[in-house]
Design a protein around this ligand. Structure first.
Ligand code: SF4
Ligand SMILES: [Zn+2]
Length: 553
């Protein structure tokens, strides 16, 4: 296990190699303008801060918060700006990161081949397939030699240092195709991430999971990324044994012709089958969808997007829209050189994403609309890193608003728990009946198009029994419980904030009622290790892969 000193050394090495400084002389005017604006605005939305930070882009993404704070101190020392505690406090807040009440920790697996041959995918020997060495997360991981313990420990410490609560951690494991790594490596990797959260070493993955139940940093969600053709019944069981709760899955297109032209190596039917299995296993399904692939047009992409929701076998819970980026060392680049491929213009992309967003159903959360690729790598085509904001402006001008979960989240707004209304949305997939139960405010939020979402639960009622999962063969399944609020300390009462007002319990009890009415005698939940005690207190017992409660009837 690395000592404090080793951690500090590695961090210093990383910082030295990737300069955290900014040329204040060159950017003085912009920096002063940004700081003055932040100082003068009482309530800045996270997206406003992000937009401001992009004003001082050094070609590789927005200005980092740390750099802004450093610049502020320097400008105060030079007498350019007046010292102010309040300004410093405003500069320090990073509302985007933990606005959902959970601190995200992203770690990367080591460089390893991927079975895919996708023509758009970059490959660098120093990185897992598809990652670019100077992408923000990849940079940090590479400097730490992809060590899972160090990546997790340093990230938690960084969040702590800027004043964020880290008692609830969502662990995102990125890098190539997870299911293609050797099983031993997978287990070791997760084991070490948990050791870092637990603050102590353990002998086995099971022991680390058990320790995490009462650890200082509890794992409340565990996410991996994989390909549709690597999801089968055995993989579902293995993922669950390792504590995975959500799967990011590369769908990219729901058109076999496009899939094959881009050498994805799987079919739409394989994507459907992966979704069926993941849903049977209670996993949250986070799809990646990629417009502007070889052979696509804005029109065909819009039709493709609509199929994601029209096809009852698909209907993902979360979505990343990653417009294809043209990168130099890819096969797609050769198509572009031969004039067979054309990246969409900014305008085409903005219109397409706006059209897509108007069609997204309210049970889905659109997590991102652009991959954060350092602009220097994109050969041609859109380099917009603030696409979401631009799209939202266009939609507003058209009188439209995205109704996805992310766009309705309470986001730090105060809500009065007693006034919240329970909304129930039921929809079918080909293998389940899904119920999205939500607590929302009675009216649209200030400056927002929709009521604010304070918490929700995904209940899945299987239409047929998944035979490969004996333990839950006769059970209804809670796939997600999410109550929003800033990441408060466990046990701390949240002053009008949503997290501790029993919303989770009320959602669960309603799910029990619905499952019982539908004839189920047992209700299972896909519980992350750090949420086991929460569910135990609500009548669920730990089984082999799930927690289950008898709901009689
Ligand atoms: S499956 Fe993913 S990582 Fe593998 S080649 Fe295709 S895009 Fe790249
Ligand atoms: Zn949205």
């Amino acid at each position: 296990m690395a000592t404090e000193q080793e951690l500090a050394q590695r961090r210093a090495k990383w910082q030295a190699a990737h300069g955290q400084t900014i040329d204040i002389d060159e950017y003085e005017d912009e920096l002063v303008a940004i700081i003055e604006q932040i100082a003068a605005t009482e309530k800045l939305e996270p997206q406003d801060i992000t937009r401001l930070l992009y004003r001082v882009s050094r070609g590789d993404g927005p200005l980092a918060k740390d750099q802004l704070i450093h610049s502020y101190r320097e400008l105060v020392a030079r007498g350019v700006l007046p010292p102010s505690r309040e300004t410093l406090a405003r500069l320090r807040t990073k509302p985007v990161r933990t606005i959902s009440g959970v601190a995200p920790v992203t770690v990367l697996t080591k460089p390893f081949p991927c079975p895919g041959e996708c023509i758009f995918c970059p490959e660098f020997s120093s990185m897992p397939k598809s990652y670019i060495p100077d992408e923000p997360g990849a940079l940090r991981a590479g400097q730490l030699e992809f060590d899972p313990y160090l990546q997790t420990a340093l990230r938690i410490r960084a969040l702590d240092n800027i004043g964020h609560s880290t008692d609830k951690i969502e662990l995102l494991i990125l890098g190539g195709t997870w299911s293609y790594y050797p099983t031993d490596y997978q287990e070791w990797f997760i084991h070490r991430c948990l050791d870092a959260m637990n603050g102590r070493d353990s002998d086995t993955l099971e022991e680390a999971q058990r320790l995490n139940e009462t650890a200082p940093h509890r794992n409340v969600g565990l996410v991996i990324e994989t390909r549709p053709d690597y999801v089968d019944e055995k993989e579902i069981v293995r993922l669950r044994r390792m504590g995975v709760t959500k799967v990011q899955i590369g769908v990219q297109s729901v058109d076999d012709n496009i899939l094959s032209r881009n050498k994805r190596g799987h079919t739409v039917e394989q994507t459907r089958q992966a979704f069926r299995l993941l849903r049977a296993g209670g996993f949250k399904i986070h799809a990646h969808w990629m417009p502007n692939l070889l052979g696509a047009t804005p029109q065909s992409d819009l039709e493709d997007f609509v199929r994601l929701w029209d096809d009852p076998a698909l209907r993902p819970d979360e979505l990343k829209i990653y417009p294809c980026s043209l990168l130099a060392n890819t096969e797609l680049y050769q198509h572009w050189e031969r004039g067979e491929y054309r990246p969409y213009t900014d305008q085409e992309l903005i219109v397409l994403v706006a059209d897509c967003k108007t069609r997204v159903p309210p049970y889905c959360r659109i997590n991102r609309v652009m991959r954060d690729i350092p602009a220097g790598h994109v050969v041609a085509g859109s380099k917009q890193s603030n696409l979401r904001q631009t799209v939202h402006r266009v939609m507003k001008a058209r009188g439209q608003a995205c109704q996805c979960i992310r766009c309705r989240e309470v986001r730090g707004e105060k809500v009065e728990a007693s006034t919240l209304v329970l909304q129930e949305l039921a929809y079918d997939t080909d293998t389940t009946r899904e119920h999205l139960l939500s607590f929302v405010t009675p009216e649209a939020g200030p400056g927002r198009a929709h009521p604010l979402l304070a918490g929700f639960l995904r209940l899945s009622l299987p239409k047929s029994r998944p035979r490969f999962l004996d333990e839950v063969a006769d059970a209804a399944m809670i796939r997600e419980v999410h109550v929003y609020g800033p990441a408060l300390e466990i046990g701390e009462e949240g002053d009008g904030k949503a997290q501790h007002s029993g919303l989770g319990t009320r959602l669960i009890e309603r799910a029990v009622g619905i499952a019982r009415e539908a004839g189920f005698a047992r209700l299972a939940v896909i519980a992350a290790t750090g949420t086991r005690s929460y569910y135990r207190a609500r009548g669920f017992g730990l089984g082999e892969l799930y927690m289950v409660r008898d709901i009689g009837g």
